[in-house]
Design a binder for this molecule. Structure first.
Ligand code: NDP
Length: 483
C-alpha cells in the first residue's frame, strides 16, 4: 500500500521520488511505502497553505464549523476502514482503534467545529479617560502540526482541528511509522470539498520533513507532540525565530495508591493505566506507589490479573489485550530497560521478555506486560521514560514520603491518586507537580479542560479554548471615546 503527500488538495509523491518502507509491527514485515519528503515538499505545502489562507481565514465561523463537521461525519462513515488501518499501522489491538482512536478523531473535529462558534474574546472598559479596550483574536497564518505514532489519528486531529477552527491553514506531519490514517484523512478532506491548500499533509522522516517544518521561516507556530529530546531540538530551532510553540512531551507518571483506595476500580484502572496501548501512552502510570499495608494484596491481585487477563496477541484478535510495539528498535529499547532494571537490583515479578507468537506474527514486536519491584525511585528505570508495557512497584508509608517521590522526576505530565479521603485528595492534587491530576480515575478527559505538562513534559496547553488561544494572536484595540 502506497500513501502520498496531500498538498494543495492533491495526492503527490515526494518531489525527490524517494520512498520509505512502512513496516507492520504485528508481523515485522514491510507492507507499504510512504514518500520520503524533504524541505522542497514542505515548501510546496507551505505555498499551498499560504495561498489558501485568505479564503479560509475569511470564512465565517459557521462555514468553518460546517467543513469540520463534515470531516467528522466522514471519519465516522469510514470508521471501520480507519480502525483497521490504524491497528495495522501501529500494532494496537483492532478493538482499541475501533473504540478509542477513531471515535476520538471524529470527536476532535466535532469539538473544535463547535468551539469555533463559541470562541470569544475579552473587552475592558476604562473611566477617566473614557475608553474601551477590546481584543481581536487573529489566526496566525500557516501553522505546523507534528504528531507521534502512539495515537496516530487521535493526536494528529487533536492539533489539526483547532488550528483549522481558529482560521489557520496547516502543514502537518504524522509520524513516519504511522502514515496511513493521516493519508486517509487527506482523502476525507477531498471528499468533503475542503478548499485546496487548507490542510496539507507531508509524510516522511522527522529529522528531514519534520525539521523542515520547524525551520521554515514563515510557518508561524508549531504544535508538537512527541519525545522530550525532540521537543528540546524543536525549541532550540524555533525559539530564535520567535515562533509560537506548544510542546506536549514525555512523562513518567506516578500512580499513587493509598490503603483506603476504592479497591476494585483502582485495580482494573491500574491495569489499564499500566498496559493500555502496550504502555505507549504518554499518560500511562509507570511508577506505581502503594501504601505499605496494601502492598502485598495489591501485588498478588495485580500479577494474577495480568497473567489471567492481559493476553499478548495479534492485533486482529478480539481477546488480545496487548498488541505489538511500534517498531523493532522501540521493542529493543524497552527490552534494554528491563535488563537495566535487573542490573539496578530490580526483581521481575511477571513478564520481562519478548513474546514470540506463531507465524505469521513470529517476527512481530511483542513484549509481555512486565512488573518490576525492589527499585528505588531515583534509579534510571524509575526516572526515564520507557514508553512500553513496563511498570515498577514501590511501597510507601506516608503522604509526605510519596509526594516527595512522585515529584522527584524530571517529568510532570500527569498523576493519579487513589483514596477515599477527600481532604487528602485535594491536598495532594495541590502539591503534585503535574499538568493533569486524576483522583480515583485515569484518562477521563473533558476536552474543554487544559491539557499539558510541566517540567520536561512540555510547554503550553492544548484542549478547549486553550488550543484556540494558542492558534490565534491577540490584538488589543483601545478606543478613547471622550475626545
Ligand atoms: P518523537 O519525538 O520521536 O517524534 C514525534 C514526531 O516528531 C514524529 O512525527 C517525528 O517524526 C517528528 N520528529 C522527529 N524528529 C524531529 C525533528 N528533529 N524535527 C521535527 N520533527 C521531528 O516521538 P515519538 O513519535 O517516538 O512519540 C513518543 C513520544 O511522544 C513519547 O515520549 C511520549 O511520551 C510522547 N507523547 C506525548 C504526549 C503528550 O501529550 N504529552 C502524547 C503522546 C506521546 P518521525 O516519527 O517520522 O521520525
Amino acid at each position: 500500500m502506497k500513501v502520498y503527500n496531500f498538498i494543495a488538495g492533491a495526492m503527490r509523491p515526494a518531489l525527490s521520488g524517494r520512498w520509505l518502507d512502512n513496516i507492520e509491527p504485528a508481523t515485522g514485515q514491510v507492507y507499504g511505502q510512504l514518500p520520503d519528503s524533504d524541505a522542497r515538499d514542505v515548501e510546496e505545502a507551505y505555498r499551498a497553505a499560504k495561498k489558501a489562507f485568505p479564503l479560509w481565514s475569511g470564512l465565517s465561523a459557521e462555514d468553518r464549523y460546517a467543513y469540520l463537521m463534515r470531516i467528522a461525519e466522514r471519519i465516522e462513515a469510514r470508521a471501520k476502514e480507519l480502525a483497521e488501518a490504524e491497528s495495522r499501522d501501529n500494532g494496537k489491538p483492532l478493538w482499541l482503534a475501533r473504540s478509542v482512536d477513531i471515535p476520538r478523531a471524529s470527536k476532535n473535529f466535532r469539538f473544535f467545529a463547535t468551539s469555533a462558534l463559541h470562541f470569544g474574546s475579552e473587552s475592558y472598559e476604562m473611566r477617566k479617560p473614557h475608553a474601551i479596550n477590546y481584543v481581536l483574536r487573529k489566526p496566525l497564518g500557516v501553522v505546523g502540526c507534528i504528531s507521534p505514532w502512539n495515537l496516530p489519528l487521535y493526536l494528529f486531529t487533536w492539533k489539526v482541528a483547532p488550528a483549522l477552527a481558529a482560521g489557520n491553514t496547516v502543514v502537518a506531519k504524522p509520524s513516519e511509522l504511522t502514515p496511513v490514517t493521516a493519508y486517509l484523512l487527506g482523502e476525507i478532506c477531498s471528499e468533503v470539498g475542503l478548499p485546496e491548500g487548507v490542510l496539507n499533509i507531508v509524510q516522511g522522516l522527522g529529522p528531514k520533513a519534520g525539521a523542515a517544518i520547524v525551520a521554515h521561516p514563515d510557518i508561524a507556530a508549531l504544535s508538537f507532540t512527541g519525545g522530550t529530546k525532540t521537543g528540546a531540538e524543536i525549541a532550540r530551532v524555533a525559539a530564535p525565530m520567535f515562533k509560537k510553540i506548544s510542546l506536549e512531551l514525555g512523562g513518567k507518571n506516578p500512580n499513587i495508591i493509598f490503603a483506603d483506595a476504592p479497591y476494585e476500580p483502582m485495580l482494573s484502572t491500574t491495569l489499564r493505566s499500566s498496559f493500555a496501548n502496550q504502555g505507549q501512552i504518554c499518560l500511562c502510570g509507570s511508577r506505581i506507589f502503594i501504601q505499605r499495608s496494601l502492598y502485598d494484596r495489591f501485588k498478588e491481585d495485580f500479577i494474577r490479573k495480568i497473567e489471567e487477563e492481559w493476553k499478548v496477541g495479534p492485533p486482529l484478535e478480539e481477546d488480545t489485550k496487548v498488541g505489538a510495539l511500534i517498531s523493532e528498535s522501540h521493542m529493543q529499547k524497552v527490552l534494554r530497560y528491563i535488563e537495566l532494571a535487573k542490573s539496578e537490583g530490580g526483581t521481575v515479578l511477571t513478564g520481562g521478555h519478548r513474546v514470540h507468537l506463531p507465524p505469521p506474527w513470529d517476527k512481530g514486536y511483542y513484549v509481555a506486560p512486565t512488573v518490576i519491584e525492589g527499585l528505588p525511585n531515583n534509579c534510571r528505570t524509575n526516572q526515564e521514560e520507557i514508553f512500553g508495557p513496563v511498570v515498577s512497584l514501590m511501597p510507601f508509608e506516608t503522604e509526605e514520603e510519596v509526594l516527595a517521590m512522585a515529584n522527584a522526576v524530571p517529568y510532570g505530565l500527569s498523576a493519579t491518586v487513589w483514596t477515599r479521603d477527600l481532604s487528602r485528595a485535594h491536598r495532594i492534587a495541590d502539591r503534585l507537580e503535574a499538568g493533569v491530576v486524576w483522583i480515583n480515575t485515569w484518562l477521563l478527559r473533558d476536552l474543554r479542560t487544559p491539557f499539558g505538562g510541566v517540567k520536561a513534559s512540555g510547554v503550553g496547553r492544548e484542549g478547549g479554548f486553550e488550543a484556540l488561544r494558542f492558534f490565534t494572536e491577540p490584538r488589543t484595540v483601545c478606543i478613547r471615546y471622550d475626545v
